[in-house]
Design a protein around this ligand. Sequence first.
Ligand code: SF4
Ligand code: SF4
Length: 481
Amino acid sequence: MNKPFIPEDEVGILDSPVEVLSTLTREGERKWIYPTLERGRFYKPRLWLGWFLIVLFVALPLIPINGQPAVLIDFIHREFALFGLIFYPTDTLLLLLSMFGTIIGIFLFTALLGRVWCGWGCPQTVYMEFVFRPIERWLEGKEHVRKRRDEGPWTWDKIWRKSVKHSLYLLISLALAHVFVSYFVGWDNLIYWMQQSPREHWGFFVTMALTTGLILFDFGYFREQMCTIACPYARFQSVLIDPNSLIISYDENRGETRAKRSKKKIRDEEAGLIPMKGDCIDCFACVRTCPTGIDIRDGLQMECIGCTQCIDACDTIMDKISKPRGLIRYTSENELAGQTTRWWRTRTVLYTVLGLFVAVIFTGVLLSRSSYDVNVGRVVGAPFTELPDGRIANRLRFRVRNQQPYAATFTIEAVSPGEAEIRIVGVSPITLEPQEMKRTEAWIVTPRTSFTDDTVEGVFRLTFEDGTVEEVTFPLLGPSD
Ligand code: SF4
Ligand code: SF4
């Protein structure tokens, strides 16, 4: 393959025969990337989608559904709210199924669409390309200006531009960290804690500071390194995609032999006056725009995040030299080899069937999920108490969670042993607000004769006003004589 000449001050790619990452020098030092912006046909939809996702990220913890945020991962109370549905640690099967479903979905999506997620939906790309990089361009100018200034001495111009940029980055990182933390604690708690002294909620402030620092480090410094060396999804790509998967690729058959040439030379070639070359005019527009610093013409590479900028760059060049667009395009390895892309093949059919299977089971389990989660246990202290009349009293606690979006009232009665009497500590019937969990303590008073050895099985019935009846069992303890 031709080894192109790239002016050192124009592009940040490797022009060495030694194979190293595109963002590293031969000595292993970081090579800063200054990608150009190409506002082509894919840029606009990506921009719109990116901003839609940003707004969605901010809005989800704010939108109330059935009295809960649309999404809340509440580790403290061990609840997970998702669009009106509440999941608890007891919903192990549902959580496992949703995990399987997500994994199968990622497999299917990647087998069909390759790295569309990376280029269009991943927060790393969305925030980098549509929030942080535009601020940098606005304050520090175009790529070549930024590069020259970065390599130059620390002047007042450089200092104020970088200071303002990093201050804005800090503010945005702080805002994003607050939104991120709100997914775990909810906005009500967040706003309350923000008004308190850091000493009272130091855990919150440490988490917030760490999250802000990580976001700032990622978008201010780490950038494309996240995709090229840290992200595990990129590493799975090679096993998840196959020759039928959608990729962004340079059409070598059409582009080679690449050669720099003018419009006139191209016309001469087409008129048969001089030997014909490929459509690639070796202008490096596709390389200069690449946010990971690679040359797409070197073939499919792990560093390619599918951002479509090279398509937009090359289409612009093709328009200028009056050649058809699509020298770099969405395609598949099979299509490039002159074969048909097969969307439905063994792996995609298998993933779809498995995904549907998991979705059906998930729906079935969800619909058959009990409206109330009931759990019974013994109150800490003496295992039983002997009353003056000789009967035995066990103190139990009933933990009941209302998993319905409406309030519920219930009573508890002892079913077995037959002579058992239940004395609720507190008010009965008990009322639960939607999604509320309450602990109710009760004395279970049982004749001494009920016990075989030192135990007897207690059966308790909880009757809810909507007609639901839940029965739970728990061993009652008594004297062994
Ligand atoms: S090669 Fe093209 S699609 Fe891949 S990251 Fe670079 S510019 Fe984006
Ligand atoms: S932008 Fe197109 S024409 Fe220019 S170097 Fe890249 S592939 Fe070749």
